[in-house]
Design a protein around this ligand. Structure first.
Ligand code: UDP
Ligand code: MG
Length: 319
């Protein structure tokens, strides 16, 4: 089979992990080539997301030592989603199919065989789905699972327990390139692309070395970003909340009138304060959510580039 595969791997401050996982990716690629699942010109492509450590020099020396390795580096740190998109967009002009994966060895590289088989069976997108989360702490597991449930409640279609380990064909990537938004949430955007897709199940391991860049706060950020970029349901919930609050206020008003004529009015101070606090709280939340969307509109209208590639290890070869 002559279709070339690029394995795209975003890396941010990964000097401890890269020397361990890079040979693993290379072995996997070679085995895929031997099995005839991808072509000889397939590559492992690292995207250096403005790392502050030696990640880029490690990538450069890998590319120097073996031409199955390639690297691109961004002009600064742009975050996982932008780095991944940069790698995929760079790859789509050079290969037939891509698989994106994190560089920390958490995702099982052996799932790639099945992904490639599905690709040859005509799938354009193959989602890597975690079959269980035994190696995660209870807290990580709980927050991650709530994340998917909350996302779907808020109207964002995602594949349950799928992160960014997925195969995408050149055709699907060309389609993804037409999504011009600046606020990226690839997990929500890829299902919108459509095309024939399927899932492959694998077990997720612990990070081989280094630390997670996704603590709880960043995950909350990703969720908020995903929701406000892809769905307007929260605005609808606000409207619904407005109706409910309106109804409640009406009942309270009736009660107040009743109390004025038939009861004692002075003793209403506590309930007045309680209602005022509640309503101002709800109003602030609603204003905040609306503000999120206005912020999004603001950054989308500026249409700034989502990433800038400063340099690649292929520059000289491609000239
Ligand atoms: N990453 C990146 N830019 C960032 C943060 C992370 O390219 O600003 C990369 C990181 O090197 C790794 C992947 O994104 O390959 C996932 O990050 P991490 O493993 O820290 O997240 P977790 O698996 O804990 O959710
Ligand atoms: Mg990880």
């Amino acid at each position: 089979m002559s279709e070339n595969l690029y394995i795209v791997i975003p890396c941010y401050n990964e000097q401890e992990v890269l020397p361990i996982t890079a040979p693993m990716f290379l072995d996997k690629l070679n085995s895929l080539i031997r099995q005839g699942l991808c072509g000889e010109a397939s590559k492992v492509v690292f995207v250096n997301d403005g790392s502050k450590d030696n990640t880029w020099s490690i990538i450069q020396s890998l590319a120097h030592s073996n031409d199955k390795f390639a690297g691109i580096t961004l002009s600064r740190n742009r975050g996982h989603q932008n780095a991944l998109l940069a790698g995929l967009m760079w790859a789509k002009d050079r290969c037939d199919v891509t698989i994106s994966i994190d560089c920390d060895g958490q995702d099982d590289i052996n799932a790639m065989d099945e992904m490639m088989k599905n690709y040859h069976d005509g799938c354009h997108i193959v989602y890597g789905v975690r079959s269980k989360r035994d190696t995660d702490t209870f807290f990580k597991r709980f927050t991650a699972e709530s994340f998917y449930k909350f996302m779907s409640f808020m109207g964002v279609e995602t594949v349950y327990n799928h992160a960014d380990y997925r195969l995408m064909s050149k055709e699907a990537l060309e389609a993804l390139a037409q999504f011009e938004e600046v606020n990226l949430f690839l997990r929500g955007m890829v299902p919108m692309v459509g095309y024939k897709s399927t899932a492959v199940y694998y077990e997720r391991n612990e990070r081989i070395a280094g630390e997670s860049h996704y603590p709880f706060s960043k995950m909350m950020n990703l969720a908020l970003n995903g929701i406000t970029s892809l769905s307007v349901k929260p605005l609808r919930y606000i409207t619904m909340l407005g109706f409910v609050m309106g109804g409640v206020s009406f009942v309270v008003m009736l009660y107040a009138l009743w109390a004025k004529f038939f009861g004692e009015t002075v003793s209403g101070w506590t309930s007045m304060v309680a209602v005022m606090c509640l309503i101002s709280g709800v109003q602030l939340i609603c204003l905040g959510i609306i503000g999120e969307y206005i912020g999004k509109i603001y950054s989308e209208t500026k249409a700034r580039p989502r990433f800038i590639i400063r340099e690649t290890t292929e520059d000289k070869k491609e000239e």
